[in-house]
Design a protein around this ligand. Structure first.
Ligand SMILES: [Zn+2]
Length: 223
């Protein structure tokens, strides 16, 4: 029996970088399984576990209700990233996880979003007073994940690569604003910042083409 899924939650194991680093992803899942049983749950509460090297393994079957977000388990999928010890809710993904994990998470989300259209991807920290998963998922979705996804599907192509730089400029500005606790007032300026970046890039491409055309003309004269 399939469930209605309207949320996909990202979590962390809250373990140190080198936790069980000499062991398999399955062994890590089994260890987390033990912790969850100790809490009285019926074993590993997430549907997926993403290891430091990007390995993705399944936990509970998707059709089965997980045990990962109080009050949201019935209609959600839970994904756990290995790591995140000592993280804060507004840290950046790269502060606590590997780029291999980032690629795998993005890819897994692509699949789940295709399977459950309309499901909203959220961090555990959006619905509970916790740091988990130790980064701002909304900000990550808008920036790094969007680019990873577009690059992989070929939708963005070269533009996506160019966009990486611009999105990270906006990301830095976004974080600076958050730090200043003045998000609401200035957040509206961020899309504009992205467009300025795009405009500059297009101008650069234009200049390059013009220079080539000029070279061709010069070549003609010389002949
Ligand atoms: Zn969590």
């Amino acid at each position: 029996m399939s469930r209605t899924i309207n949320e996909i939650f990202v979590h962390c194991s809250a373990t140190r970088r080198d936790w069980m680093s000499d062991q398999s992803t399955e062994a890590k899942r089994d260890e987390i399984d033990r912790w969850h049983r100790q809490r009285g749950w019926k074993g590993f509460g997430y549907h997926y576990l993403i290891d430091r090297d990007g390995t993705v393994i399944a936990g509970r079957p998707e059709e089965e209700i997980g045990a990962h977000v109080s009050g949201h388990n019935a209609h959600s999928i839970g994904i756990c990233l290995v790591g995140g010890h000592g993280s804060n809710e507004n840290d950046k993904f790269a502060d606590h996880y590997t780029s291999l994990q980032e690629g795998s998470l993005s890819e897994l989300l692509d699949k789940l979003e295709a399977k459950y259209p309309g499901a909203v991807v959220r961090g555990h920290n959006e619905v509970a007073a916790k740091a988990c998963p130790g980064f701002n998922v909304k900000r990550w979705l808008r920036g790094p994940r969007k680019i990873l996804s577009e690059t992989r599907t070929g939708k963005g192509g070269a533009v996506a690569v160019v966009g990486t730089g611009i999105a990270s400029i906006a990301d830095v500005a976004d974080q600076a604003l958050s730090a200043a606790h003045d998000v609401s007032a200035m957040a509206d300026a961020l899309p504009a910042l992205r467009w300025i970046g795009v405009a500059l890039t297009l101008a650069g491409v234009g200049l390059m083409l013009y220079a080539r055309w000029d070279d061709l003309k010069a070549g003609d004269k010389g002949r």
